[in-house]
Ligand binder design. Structure first.
Ligand SMILES: C[S@@+](CC[C@H](N)C(=O)[O-])C[C@H]1O[C@@H](n2cnc3c(N)ncnc32)[C@H](O)[C@@H]1O
Length: 265
């Protein structure tokens, strides 16, 4: 069977368009897979959280004069763009128990930035960190809560656990904090590695080589707020105890949120 040149061109254009389309769909679904891989729950349970669909939430904490306004974008950016209960509990805890005036705080997996913003409002010098792709959203929330010329607003920076912590000098911080960052088992080793490096645990190899000489500087303390959804979170806390003296300072029964303070061994 012969086809003329015109038919041949139409077939070629069709094949090219179809392959472009499937590449586009593939990359879209890969993107979705990637962002859903960061969700701490079975996706079907997400409807249990009506607050996630709110575009804007306002928070007031005793001891902080300003209200904190947080934009959310669950549909667009998933887990990192909503305020998790662990963040609210951690903020309540630091507001009630810590004098952060002048303290240097580094927040891991900051998401919307609620905790870091609150620490700044309490007078701390704060660096909020997260994965690179979520930083524009985090920056927007920071900007919304501080005047442009406010020198005490949190600095927003990338920190991917297990990979980017060497860009940070542990001697620059008094506290390393995190809310609801213990949830993906595949990241546990990297997260632990980053926490141990930043808190200068003597058990951490690069701390021994680079920072152990500085014996006069205080080592940063850890404050972690974790939702104990599954047994994997317990496993992480058990691992943490090999590197920190851990005090279990808060238990919120209804929400299964636990707050731990750690002093590096
Ligand atoms: C459940 S959210 C908690 C967000 C915020 N701390 C809160 O409690 O509202 C977990 C956060 O950890 C960040 N995250 C996940 N894996 C990470 C990694 N490997 N390195 C750095 N951040 C990560 C996510 O982007 C997300 O912002």
């Amino acid at each position: 069977m012969f086809i003329n040149l015109y038919d041949f061109l139409i077939i070629i254009i069709g094949v090219v368009a179809a392959s472009n389309m499937s590449a586009h769909n593939r990359s879209k679904s890969e993107e979705n897979e990637q962002s859903w891989a960061l969700v701490p729950y079975d996706v079907s349970q997400i409807n249990l959280f009506p607050s996630f669909t709110e575009k804007k939430r306002t928070f007031r904490f005793e001891g902080i004069a300003d209200e904190i306004v947080i934009e959310q974008n669950w549909d667009g950016q998933g887990v990192s763009a909503v305020v998790w209960e662990a963040a609210i509990e951690l903020t309540n805890y630091v507001v009630a128990n810590k004098n952060l005036k002048g303290a240097r705080v580094l927040e891991l997996g900051a998401g919307t930035g609620l905790v870091g913003i609150a620490c700044s409002k309490l007078g701390a010098k704060v660096t909020v960190t997260d994965l690179c792709e979520f930083l524009p959203f985090l920056s927007r929330n920071v900007c919304m809560n501080f005047a442009e010329n406010d020198t005490n607003q949190p600095v927003v920076q990338e920190l991917k656990w297990g990979e980017k912590h060497h860009l940070y000098n542990p001697n620059d911080y008094d506290f390393v904090i995190g809310a609801d960052i213990v949830y993906i088992e595949d990241t546990f080793d990297d997260l632990l590695d980053t926490i141990c490096y930043l808190c200068r645990c003597k058990t951490h190899s690069s701390v021994l080589s680079d920072y152990s000489k500085n014996t006069t500087a205080n080592r940063p303390s850890l404050i972690l707020s974790a939702k104990m959804r599954y047994s994997r979170e317990e496993k992480f806390v058990a691992k943490l105890k090999r590197h920190f003296k851990i005090s279990h300072v808060v238990t919120v029964k209804e929400s299964k949120i636990h707050i731990y303070e750690g002093t590096p061994l």
